[in-house]
Design a protein around this ligand. Structure first.
Ligand code: TXA
Ligand code: MG
Length: 333
């Protein structure tokens, strides 16, 4: 199929909405990463999304709303607890996905057969206008091929999806750079299933009660590792290169990376290094996926990366993606 490239103006959004209404797929910018959108109420659109990504269909799709009103949420969620209303008011539009009991009208193909649905109202106006003009909610996973790093520019989307989907909206670079915080509100304690830009203490502060991380986030694969967000169990965000994380005192880490680099180069392997400022998690988040894709384009064999201290919630969210990219290969030095 020939992919249309649409500008994020009124004409482009109108065309994108028309494609979505007709059951087609449109990639669009959000503040986190680019999404691969299809009509959330049309099981055929969900099937097309899984096919375009090459993704297992038991992985539920986030349902994106064009406005943050309770009325809009009620079209898709069977129950809207007070906590969900408070968080929508305080943090939407923004990088938060709330898992709530779903209405039966949402097809199983969209939610991977779960009885819950993840709802999110994205920040950029282009995204909200596209969704609102389509007249429905839009199911959208990240617009990368399954297993590749999430796309943070429309060019990244084109690299993976040109010829596989109907259209790409050529919007801005994503400001946040890592995917939304996924928060389960169906249990007795609000639980973060996927760490993102919104930290637990912010959610706890807004709700006036505890908010915890899903313990599965701290388990190593091979341990009893059963995350509640089905997507968290797949190998994700992986660059083509092999990636190794080094943690420890900064000076020791530097020395270890330099030594390993010499060793690998002597073996004729090309090496890239990745290091973020631990005091600037926003920048690390914004740049991580772009950096991984850049290494792939250069054909780097091995990426030697410096681990971030995880006490900071932003760094913790970035490290969650780095650990996956490295298939949990972490060397303490
Ligand atoms: O920032 C984002 O959330 C991006 C942009 C495009 O909005 N979307 C995104 O979608 O990251 P995706 O499909 O790549 O990741 C969705 C994650 C998966 O880990 C999935 O298992 C989880 O959210 N999820 C979705 N619905 C869920 C549900 N009902 N219960 C538990 N986890 C759910
Ligand atoms: Mg994804």
């Amino acid at each position: 199929m020939k992919t249309e490239y649409l500008t994020p103006d009124a004409a482009g959004i109108r065309r994108g909405a028309e494609i979505l209404r007709a059951g087609g797929l449109v990639a669009f910018p959000t503040e986190t990463v680019y999404g691969l959108g299809g009509n959330a109420m049309d099981p055929k659109a969900a099937e097309k999304i899984y096919a375009a990504k090459g993704r297992p269909s038991d992985n539920p799709l986030i349902v994106h709303l064009g406005t943050k009103s309770v009325r809009e949420m009620a079209r898709y969620a069977a129950e809207i607890p007070e906590d969900a209303k408070k968080l929508a008011e305080a943090l939407w539009p923004g990088p938060l996905t709330m898992v709530l009991p779903k209405r039966p009208e949402i097809p199983d193909a969209t939610t991977g057969g779960l009885s819950t649905v993840g709802l999110r109202c994205p920040y950029p106006q282009a995204a909200r206008r596209l969704i609102a003009s389509s007249g429905t909610a839009i199911a959208a996973p990240s617009a990368n091929l399954s297993g590749r790093p999430s796309p943070t520019t429309w060019q990244d989307v084109a690299e993976d999806m040109d010829g596989r989907i109907d259209a790409i909206i050529t919007g801005a670079r994503c400001r946040c750079g890592i995917e939304s915080t996924v928060l389960d509100l169906t249990g007795s304690v609000p639980t973060i299933l996927r760490p993102g830009w919104y930290p637990p203490y912010l959610i706890a502060h807004i709700l006036g009660k505890d908010c915890v991380y899903d313990p599965a986030l701290f388990a190593q694969p091979g341990e009893d590792y059963r995350p509640k967000a089905p997507g968290m169990k797949y190998k994700h965000y992986a660059p083509q290169a092999e990636m190794i994380l080094f943690s420890g005192e900064p000076e020791k880490v530097k020395a270890a990376i330099a030594a390993r680099r010499r060793e690998l180069r002597a073996q004729g392997r090309s090496v890239g290094t990745l290091r973020f400022d631990p005091d600037d998690p926003a920048r690390a988040a914004r740049r991580l996926f772009a950096a991984l894709r850049a290494f792939d384009r250069k054909g780097v064999d091995v990426i030697l990366a410096t681990a971030l201290p995880e006490e900071d919630a932003g760094n913790f969210a970035v490290m969650n993606r780095m650990l996956k990219a490295a298939s949990y290969r972490l060397e303490e030095v």
